[in-house]
Design a protein around this ligand. Structure first.
Ligand code: SF4
Length: 423
């Protein structure tokens, strides 16, 4: 069954988008949803898919605000739906731990709303017809079993894909480590776009949500999805067209959907509308609720002079680990490298070779471990990097800063994560 046909979408050629702000997250979400006829949800099983892919507290701009989810549960329940919340987090994060940290557990339990670890059961292989970068996806079974899927992402910039909103949030419906495979694809012949962007548009052919609720209560600017700065906006965007919702959110964030490859490609393939002139957006003054988000840096090396980062086909988990490490310990790292060359760090799977003396971060660089220092993990935690370089394992274990940072980004627990062991 494809997750694409929305019973809430009455005018596919001119989708409605509702924006609400100026109040708290619960009230804003209720106000936006009050404008939508949710009756098609009556008697249906509705799966809310928040962004709870990392272990992070509410208000950090990383996970969906629990009050937004609370309002969504209440609204769909009131419409007569049987509602559950489900997530498949990034590699190394346990779903219940992420739900607990985000505050979702607390609001879901109060409402007797089931929380589903979508990694617990085996995947279903779903073909992607006309896929340009991928032929099939390993999808969490609940996504296919529930009648309606609602994407409830956080408004964030993203270092790989420009933004991450309701279309990209559906990547968290892919089973366990199969998410990572979208970052490891070869270039698509005849296309200039990055394979990850094409793959997300492929994914949206079969995993488009039936409804979107974008949480702009506290978003993330800069180095999203987890290592940027929290940005308070206090806005909610809802629509039955995920592309239209994302396009409006992009505009509120000071960017344009046409500049976001996965949205541009998906819209060109007819999966949704991103042209603001072809939407009915309420209220008329919706743009007054926006505030420009700082874009993601083009290159991490620009942020850290004397540190040369060789990034080839990495995924955001390793980038976040590395960024957090450099933000806290970049200067100390340079003590361990010659002053004339600085430090050289490799992440990602795409390296055919790396120069001698390179710090190889993450399991994807294991083939080059002989070239320098290798830090295992998928992803490693940032404290491992300094420990490996300095040879002083106790240095960071007492540093509360590190522990907090890894907790916030949802870096892998100190032991090898279960998912890493399996595939
Ligand atoms: S080692 Fe890093 S880049 Fe490679 S799959 Fe794991 S998290 Fe992604």
């Amino acid at each position: 069954m494809r997750r694409t046909d929305s019973p809430f979408l009455h005018s596919p050629n001119r989708p409605s988008v509702y924006v609400a702000g100026g109040d708290g997250p619960y009230a804003n979400t209720c106000a936006a949803l009050a404008q939508v006829d949710l009756l098609p949800a009556r008697g249906k099983r509705v799966l809310l898919k928040p962004n709870a892919g990392r272990v992070a507290p509410p208000g950090a701009g990383i996970t969906t605000d629990p009050q937004v989810l609370a309002a969504a549960i209440d609204a769909f329940s009131k419409a007569g739906a049987d509602v559950a919340v489900g997530e498949s987090p990034i590699v190394g994060v346990r779903t219940q731990e992420a739900f607990d940290a985000s505050g979702i557990t607390s609001i879901a339990r109060k409402r007797n709303c089931p929380m589903i670890d979508m990694d617990a059961r085996r995947f279903v292989k779903v073909p992607v017809p006309d896929g340009l970068a991928i032929d099939f996806l390993k999808v969490c079974p609940e996504v296919l079993e529930y009648d309606l899927v609602v994407s409830v992402p956080v408004m964030k910039m993203h270092m790989h894909t420009g933004v991450t909103l309701s279309v990209k949030n559906m990547k968290g419906c892919l089973w366990r480590r199969s998410k990572v495979e979208l970052h490891m694809l070869p270039p698509v012949k005849g296309r200039d776009e990055k394979p990850i962007d094409i793959a997300i548009s492929d994914m949206s052919a079969v995993l488009r949500p039936h409804f979107s609720i974008i949480d702009g209560t506290v978003g993330m600017e800069g180095l999203g999805p987890s290592a940027g700065q929290a940005k308070r906006l206090g806005v909610i965007v809802v629509s039955a067209d995920a592309f239209a919702a994302d396009a409006v959110a992009c505009s509120l964030m000071g960017t344009q959907a046409e500049d976001i490859p996965h949205l541009r490609i998906g819209a060109a393939r007819g999966y949704g509308v991103i042209d603001l002139d072809r939407m009915a957006i309420t209220p008329d003054s919706w743009q007054d609720l926006g505030s420009a988000f700082a874009p993601p840096p083009e290159n991490l090396s620009l942020e850290f002079p004397n540190i040369n980062i060789l990034d080839s086909n990495s995924c955001s988990a390793c980038q976040s680990t590395l960024f957090l490490f450099l933000r806290h310990y970049g200067n100390r790292l340079l003590d361990y490298f010659p002053s004339d060359t600085g430090a050289r760090i490799a992440i990602g799977k795409g390296h055919e070779e790396v120069p001698k003396g390179t710090l190889c971060v993450g399991n994807c660089t294991a083939a080059h471990r002989g070239q320098g220092i290798f830090i295992p993990g998928c992803p490693p935690v940032s404290s491992q990097i300094l420990t490996a370089v300095s040879g002083k394992p106790s240095v960071d274990s007492k540093d509360g800063h590190v522990v907090t940072s890894d907790t916030v980004v949802g870096g892998a627990p100190e032991e090898t994560p279960e998912e890493t062991k399996e595939e």
